[in-house]
Design a protein around this ligand. Sequence first.
Ligand code: SF4
Ligand code: SF4
Length: 108
Amino acid sequence: MDKYLKAIKQNVCSICVDSNEKGRCTLNENEVCAVELYLPKIINVIHNNENEELTKIYKNLKETVCIECHTQNEDGHCYLREDANCSLDRYFYLIVETIQKVDAGILT
Ligand code: SF4
Ligand code: SF4
């Protein structure tokens, strides 16, 4: 898990709008990043959908992670996603690419 977290910090946090110029997360103690919170589940979804298209992985991720997340309502709406304010949704493609690169040994 550490290698994935490290790669996420280097490749996603570094460009995240919620990080400072050094790539450090600026969320306060009352805010939670879905990428960090759900990282094991995110990795599982990516691993279980190895040869699937990104649109399918995205759909599965929503069905696995967003369904558990308290910000999504019963209708499937999430105000953070709709405001482009969830880092998991915002950087979904980069997150998938980063995990896959770790698996391929391109990132360590
Ligand atoms: S909000 Fe999440 S993705 Fe963005 S810098 Fe913080 S931990 Fe990284
Ligand atoms: S998009 Fe919304 S429901 Fe899904 S993880 Fe982010 S905050 Fe939670």
